[in-house]
Design a binder for this molecule. Structure first.
Ligand code: HEC
Length: 272
């Protein structure tokens, strides 16, 4: 296939076919989607975000004209390799449990001299007109954990507390439809329209879902981070808007990341 746009439209065509369940047995459909994903994986456009992110990481930027190479992602200043597989974690300098995105904002403020509002102003990109630096940085940093087994610790009391809050939130039902995460992600074989809903209460489901984000979304032509994933599920759950980098977002991330422990991280991936 010659270009990404073509890939996107072929995927739409494929999904249209898949929409007629009587024509294709469900097993076959899922197999076909898996094959299609495997084909796309060869040339994942996420690589463009990874390359831009690596440049941004090394560039002297912000009011203080420093690079992020002094940013400590948990394994020491500037160490990127394997760092994501251990996040979220407690950072003593901030006295807070942070996921990657919150930590990046923290480093941009504390080291590069940005205001917090500036550091957070473009968390989710939208085409060439509105590129997100954080999405690119996340693509780069996560790519440096590819193949590394997830190893999130709960040794610090604040880490253990974050996990427990995340667990509570996952099972908490509310809002106009009385939905919780568990409504859509608590059973095997559930679907909304064409989308498989992973069972995040099982080890295999939690591992597969967590280790394949961030992902290049073919349907949006954008690389999306885990903060985006949660933001969008809050919307689907008809909950109030999830604030970027909030403790609520970090708690849910902690719960899902820890439950993925042992599985090899495998992203940036590619999704429909
Ligand atoms: C109303 C149903 C619904 C609710 C409630 C919901 N989600 Fe989702 N979630 C979805 C759908 C649909 C997808 C898949 C979207 C897609 O394929 O594009 C998804 C995908 C995900 C994924 C990525 C799975 C993967 O393999 O890529 C994660 C992680 C996730 N949801 C977490 C949550 C969490 C945490 C909550 C609670 C805050 C939640 N979801 C609430 C519908 C829901």
């Amino acid at each position: 296939m010659p270009n990404f746009a073509r890939r996107g439209s072929s995927l739409v065509a494929l999904l249209t076919v898949v929409a007629i369940p009587s024509v294709l047995a469900q097993g076959t459909t899922v197999d076909e989607i898996a094959k299609y994903r495997a084909a796309l994986q060869d040339g994942n456009p996420a690589e463009l975000w990874e390359a831009r992110g690596e440049e941004l990481w090394k560039q002297k930027r912000g009011p203080r004209q420093t690079s992020l190479e002094q940013c400590d992602l948990g394994l020491g200043a500037g160490v990127v390799k394997g760092a994501y597989a251990r996040l979220p974690r407690y950072f003593a300098d901030a006295d807070r449990v942070m996921d990657l995105e919150t930590r990046l904002v923290w480093c941009m403020v504390a080291q590069q001299g940005y205001t917090e509002a500036d550091a957070k102003k473009s968390p989710f990109g939208n085409g060439n007109a509105k590129k997100s630096d954080i999405e690119a940085l996340v693509a780069y940093i996560t790519s440096e954990s590819r193949g590394v087994p997830m190893n999130v610790s709960l040794a610090h009391p604040k880490e253990a507390a974050m996990y427990r809050i995340g667990e509570k939130m996952f099972y908490f039902r509310g809002g106009p439809h009385d939905f919780g995460c568990v409504t859509c992600h608590g059973e095997d074989g559930k679907r909304i329209r064409l989308q498989d809903l992973p069972n995040l209460t099982k080890l295999e489901g939690a591992q597969k879902a967590y280790t394949t984000w961030p992902a290049y979304r073919v349907s949006q032509g954008e690389l999306r981070t885990f903060q985006w994933r949660l933001y969008d599920c809050f919307r689907q759950q008809r909950f109030p808007e999830l604030l970027y980098g909030s403790d609520a977002s970090i708690a849910l991330t902690m719960f899902l990341a820890r439950n993925a422990n042992g599985a090899a991280f495998d992203a940036p991936a590619i999704k429909r």
